[in-house]
Each structure stands twice: as structure tokens, then as C-alpha cells.
Design a protein around this ligand. Structure first.
Ligand code: HEC
Ligand code: HEC
Length: 288
């Protein structure tokens, strides 16, 4: 009883009460028939049947589908997409020498098109058996191969590089491994996804699986997919990394949040990425 009351209070705080009475949680599908076509020629996949290991969803949707037409339109044309500034910065950084070894990324990797497909498989287990995000792979090169200081997870330098690298996979399906060496990390991520935390006792699933399509305060809930990252957020007018978004969502449940670049967020990233296996990588996207 106590527990029920606490949950009811939490739901009320979020304006979700009407939708959760009697456990009648449901989620609303986005409008059918809208397609994300970029620059008039690149058609992206924004909805696919849910992967077999995600029993909580029937179909998976890109966050793009849930937002207002003005926000959607910004992503359909690279000239009106503010995230393209980060891509430009990343492309410039790619061939800029830094660190004691006198090298740029291009010295070893040649053109940035050599990064095609890399973003679509991230995060993935490295040769040492650790789960690494794209930021970890970049910082490994920056520190161990270039002799420079690690880039901050949320720094402009990092978001520039992740944005420019992600663009090389635009239109490719998210394709993260969940089996083999990745399996134990994926299991941990799944556990985190369904764990209720914080004063509000909410899990990721409470909002993004049970209530996508519904409104919370002034926002419309999506499935919390990460195929669109890095994201330019209109609300904060900056680029947001996957871990930074997770951090904010956990904090909003009034829980102690995990810092960017920690193992729990890498595991959560793998699991959340796998919920969107098959959706197109958007390169960079625009969100409210
Ligand atoms: C001195 C050579 C060198 C430089 C300079 C270098 N890298 Fe690398 N990088 C490598 C090597 C070698 C690997 C592959 C390691 C492996 O497969 O074990 C790699 C791997 C990567 C990967 C992972 C790719 C994948 O498919 O898993 C990314 C991402 C990456 N580098 C980004 C960068 C960026 C961004 C820069 C510049 C900031 C950079 N690298 C600079 C040598 C370099
Ligand atoms: C209280 C409800 C709530 C909870 C709990 C919550 N989120 Fe969110 N989340 C939001 C809202 C609101 C947004 C902004 C609207 C949107 O994009 O869905 C958002 C956005 C996101 C996005 C951005 C999606 C995009 O396309 O840009 C991701 C990713 C995300 N959440 C992941 C998570 C994860 C992982 C958890 C669990 C650790 C979580 N969220 C928990 C409310 C929540």
C-alpha cells in the first residue's frame, strides 16, 4: 500500500497519473506516414519491428517521429540543422595535428570516410574485453597514440569528433552486438533499464516504454532511442552526448546519477542502442 501510494505520488508529480490508474499503462504510437528524408535525397528508416530480445516493444521508433513539424524540418535540411556546425568543427579537427607525436587523426586513418560504419556498432567490446563507447576509442587514440590530453566527454572537441564520425554512418542501420563478449554487458544494461530509482521510483521503461507518445510537462515522450545522437538540443542550444542525456534523465527521477564515461552508462548505452537495432543512424539530429 505504502509502495503504491509512493508511486502514485511520483506519477502525479509527472502528470502521468491519469494514464497509470489501475496499471492501465499504454503507449501511443507516433503518426504513421511521415518520413525523414534529408536534403531531399537521403531517406532514413525511423521505424522497424522491435528486435527479438526486446519483448517490451512491438515496433521501435526514432525520436524524430515524436516532435513538432518545425523541429522535424530542421533535421531534413543540413543547411538548417544547427548540429552541422559541430560536424564542420569535427571535420576540421580530424586533420589538425595535436599532442607530442605530431600527428592528426588523418595521419593514421586517412580520410574521415574510413570511419564509415563505426558509429553504427558502438558501443562495442574492445580487444582487452572491456565495453567501450565511441568516446573511449577516440580518447585511446588521443592519449596513447597522439600524446595529447584526453578530451572531456562533454567537450566541444569531443562532440565535434563524434558528430563528424557519426555522419559517416548516416543511413546505416544501428547494428550493435548483444551476444558473445557483449552479452554480460548487455544483461547489466537491461537490468539498469528496468530498475526503478530515485525519489520518484521510475525506471527508463516507466517513461520510454510504457508512456512513449504521451506528454510529460511540456515534452512529448519518445522511446528514448539513441540512433540520432549526437543531438543538438534546442532547449540548451548545444550538442548533447548519449551519456549526458542519460545523466539528465536519471537526475530527473531525483536519483543520484552516474557520471558520463562510467561503466554503468556504457552498459546502459549498449542496451539502449540494441533497442534500436535496425533504425537508421541519423548522423546528427535536432531535438527539442
Ligand atoms: C598513430 C596512429 C593513430 C592516430 C593518430 C589516431 N588513431 Fe585512431 N586508431 C588507430 C589504430 C591503430 C586503431 C585500431 C586499433 C585496433 O583495431 O585495435 C584506431 C582505432 C580508432 C577508432 C575505433 C575504430 C573501430 O572501428 O573500432 C576510432 C573511433 C578512432 N581510432 C578515432 C581516432 C580519432 C578521432 C583520432 C584523432 C583524434 C585518431 N583515431 C587518431 C591509430 C590511430
Ligand atoms: C520521468 C520520465 C523519464 C525517465 C524516467 C527517463 N526519461 Fe529519458 N527522456 C524523458 C523526456 C521527457 C525526454 C525528452 C523527450 C524525448 O525525447 O523522449 C527524454 C529523452 C531521452 C532521450 C533522448 C531521445 C532522443 O531521440 O533524443 C534518451 C536517449 C533517453 N531519454 C534515455 C533515457 C534512459 C536511458 C533512461 C533511464 C536511465 C531515461 N531516459 C529515463 C523522460 C524520462
Amino acid at each position: 500500500m505504502m509502495k503504491l501510494r509512493k508511486q502514485a505520488t511520483a506519477m502525479m508529480a509527472l502528470g502521468l497519473l491519469a494514464l497509470s490508474v489501475g496499471g492501465m499503462a499504454r503507449a501511443a504510437d507516433p503518426d504513421p506516414g511521415v518520413d525523414l528524408v534529408i536534403n531531399g535525397d537521403t531517406k532514413l528508416v525511423t521505424r522497424v519491428p522491435a528486435p527479438a530480445n526486446i519483448p517490451g516493444l512491438k515496433e521501435v521508433y526514432s525520436g524524430w517521429l515524436f516532435h513538432d513539424p518545425t523541429t522535424q524540418a530542421m533535421e531534413t535540411d543540413d543547411f538548417s540543422n544547427p548540429a552541422m556546425l559541430a560536424v564542420d568543427a569535427g571535420n576540421a579537427a580530424w586533420s589538425t595535428v595535436m599532442g607530442t607525436e605530431g600527428k592528426s587523426c588523418a595521419s593514421c586513418h586517412n580520410g574521415i570516410d574510413s570511419m564509415k560504419g563505426v558509429r553504427a556498432s558502438m558501443p562495442k567490446v574492445n580487444k582487452a574485453g572491456k565495453l567501450w563507447s565511441l568516446e573511449d576509442y577516440i580518447n585511446d587514440c588521443v592519449t596513447n597514440r597522439m600524446g595529447a590530453k584526453a578530451l572531456g566527454w562533454n567537450s566541444n572537441e569531443m562532440s565535434g569528433l563524434t558528430s563528424a564520425i557519426s555522419m559517416q554512418s548516416r543511413g546505416m542501420p544501428v547494428d550493435v552486438a548483444t551476444d558473445g563478449a557483449a552479452a554480460p554487458f548487455w544483461k547489466e544494461g537491461e537490468k539498469l533499464y528496468y530498475t526503478r530509482t530515485g525519489l520518484l521510483e521510475l525506471s527508463c521503461a516507466s517513461c520510454h516504454e510504457m508512456h512513449f507518445g504521451d506528454h510529460v510537462r511540456d515534452e512529448r515522450l519518445s522511446q528514448g532511442q539513441i540512433n540520432g545522437f549526437p543531438v543538438y538540443r534546442l532547449k540548451t542550444t548545444n550538442m548533447v552526448s548519449i551519456h549526458n542525456r542519460f545523466y539528465g534523465c536519471v537526475r530527473d527521477t531525483r536519483a543520484e546519477s552516474y557520471k558520463e564515461g562510467t561503466d554503468p552508462l556504457r552498459e546502459l548505452e549498449l542496451y539502449v542502442a540494441s533497442r534500436g537495432n535496425g533504425l537508421s543512424i541519423e548522423g546528427v539530429s535536432v531535438r527539442p
